[in-house]
Design a protein around this ligand. Structure first.
Ligand code: CA
Length: 223
């Protein structure tokens, strides 16, 4: 899952990023409400974790603003005010989907995030299939020819994006930008390595790799 964390406590940001990345999520963080609003308007996040106490704009205001702008990404509010039940009500009134008091266990956070994501994707298909591959967006498992394929987080993200956009030619810049906002030559080279490994893993399963290189134009996931 790709998560946007809006939290001004830099130590907490670093801890959560590390913990969630160990659970195979991709985490980007910003420290102010204004930056949170700007980033959250991009559709690339699956879940937004939003602190209430931010230095510029209150987290509840941020949440209201996002809903006003029709951003429907699930929002989990974080607060340090453990005893303030009114915060919970305000958070939910502001359009948040769930609420967690600090301090919390990373496992609790993970469970809440998964639940939000499940709820959000319940209308959409959680399993995408094509090109002989089956990808489960909840468990992050990938099967080809009935066999589980072990992928790294980056490889998984590339495959998920390509399977969400089947049969279209996608340039490496578009894919890399979607996965990490990568745009320097160095980052694109790293992307090439991930893609090469992904194609090799998928191509070694007995069938032909469904990710085709369209010479000079990009890549296409063929269903
Ligand atoms: Ca704070």
């Amino acid at each position: 899952m790709k998560i946007l964390l809006v939290e001004d406590n830099k130590t907490l940001c670093a801890t959560l990023k590390r913990g969630l990345e160990e659970l195979k999520h991709i985490v980007e963080y910003v420290h102010t409400g204004r930056d949170g609003i700007d980033c959250a308007k991009s559709p690339r996040y699956d879940v937004i974790i939003l602190d209430i106490g931010l230095p510029d704009i209150d987290g509840l205001e941020v949440c209201c603003e996002l809903r006003r702008c029709s951003v429907s990404t699930p929002v989990l509010i974080l607060t340090g005010h453990k005893k303030k039940i009114s915060d919970k009500v305000s958070g939910l009134n502001a359009g948040a989907d769930d609420y967690l008091c600090k301090p919390f266990d990373i496992k609790e956070l993970e469970a809440r995030i998964q639940a939000l994501h499940r709820r959000n994707t319940s209308q959409k298909s959680m399993v995408i299939e094509g090109g002989g591959i089956s990808l489960d967006k909840v468990s992050h498992t990938v099967k080809a020819g009935g066999r589980n394929i072990e992928l790294t987080t980056a490889e998984y993200r590339i495959l998920e994006f390509m399977m969400d956009n089947p049969n279209k030619i996608l340039t490496r810049e578009v894919i890399a930008q979607h996965i990490w906002h990568a745009d320097t030559d160095n980052e694109l080279n790293t992307f090439d390595v991930h893609l090469y490994r992904l194609r090799r893993k998928l191509g070694f399963t007995g069938g032909e790799c469904p990710i085709k290189n369209i010479y000079g134009r990009g890549y296409r996931f063929v269903t």
